[in-house]
Design a protein around this ligand. Structure first.
Ligand code: ADP
Ligand code: MG
Length: 283
């Protein structure tokens, strides 16, 4: 292959921001015109369900892995240039899935999309480890907290053992002061630091809105950091979405690392969130 296009987004500890990272990296690249698929490879949890409205009958990755559906049937358009492959919520279906089928799913998506992001479950189960070796590279997600950083070591080890490649570390929910130096954390893990995403209340708000953060509040500190991360990872420059320039503050916010204020919060997400709502049921 010419360059890396399939990334596993992984962590040792749960709740550190993997799904947020998957959704926002993917959306940022789609805004630059790249065709993107995000895949809920965390099979036991419905991570992407908030972005795709599923009925109990909807086809999901569970059906594909159980051999009952094709990947196209489990692919849902989120917005221009981006689709999601959600996993189901039904535990009975889940019991019938065979993670091995994931290899085929990934290769199919690789041939159809410019980038594929796999939202991988935390921990050390087989279904978690498998994607680490199937992806071209693994993006490690951790908060700066010692327990999370410690568990990241395990994910690095698992990646090595499954023949995978670590792209680097993304620190999430960072704070302006009080964190150990981000470079030092990456140095200790002996992996490159890809980026740091500041703590930002818009992250949670965007989940309730069912809209990716980079669309929900494009000028907020976390959204800015996610666009920067996408560029760091792929080399692709991400345009700042139009309609979000609530006059004067735009550029200065974009250069700050985590110090942006709370104003302009309700900027311009309506268009896209309604676009997503319209697209939700479009298989
Ligand atoms: P994971 O997929 O690793 O379990 P999530 O992406 O679901 O983690 O994030 C866990 C929680 O942390 C969610 O409530 C999410 O909104 C919140 N969160 C993620 N990133 C940030 C951030 N940069 N600032 C504030 N909250 C965040
Ligand atoms: Mg998740």
């Amino acid at each position: 292959m010419s360059h890396e296009t399939v990334y596993a987004i992984a962590s040792g500890k749960g709740g550190v921001g993997k799904t947020t990272t998957t959704v926002n990296l993917g959306t940022a690249l789609s805004e630059a015109g790249e065709r993107v698929a995000i895949v809920d490879a965390d099979l036991g949890m419905a991570n992407l369900a908030g972005f795709v409205s599923l009925t109990p009958d909807s086809t999901t990755l569970h059906d594909v892995l159980a051999g009952d559906a094709s990947i196209d049937d489990a692919t849902y358009r989120l917005a221009d240039n981006i689709v999601a492959v959600p996993s189901g919520t039904n535990l009975d279906e889940y019991a019938e899935t065979s993670p091995e089928g994931l290899r085929e799913v990934i290769e199919k998506l690789r041939s159809q999309f410019d980038y594929v992001f796999l939202d991988v479950g935390a921990g050390i189960s087989h279904e978690t480890v498998l994607p680490l070796g199937l992806a071209d590279a693994v993006v490690l997600v951790s908060t700066p907290e010692p327990a999370a950083v410690h568990d990241t070591k395990k994910t690095i080890e698992l990646t090595d053992r499954s023949g995978g490649e670590v792209a680097g570390l993304v620190l999430t929910r960072t704070r302006p002061d009080g964190d150990v130096s981000h470079d030092e954390i990456a140095d200790r893990l002996e992996v490159p630091l890809l980026g740091a995403i500041p703590e930002d209340p818009a992250a949670r708000d965007s989940v309730y809105a069912g809209t990716p953060l980079v669309v929900f509040e494009p000028q907020g500190p976390a959204a800015v950091a996610y666009r920067r991360l996408a560029t760091e990872l792929t080399g692709i420059e991400i345009p700042v979405p139009e309609g979000s320039d609530e006059s004067d503050e735009t550029e200065s916010k974009a250069t700050a690392t985590g110090s942006a204020s709370d104003d302009g919060r309700e900027a311009a997400h309506d268009d896209v969130s309604s676009a997503i709502t319209e697209a939700e049921s479009d298989p």
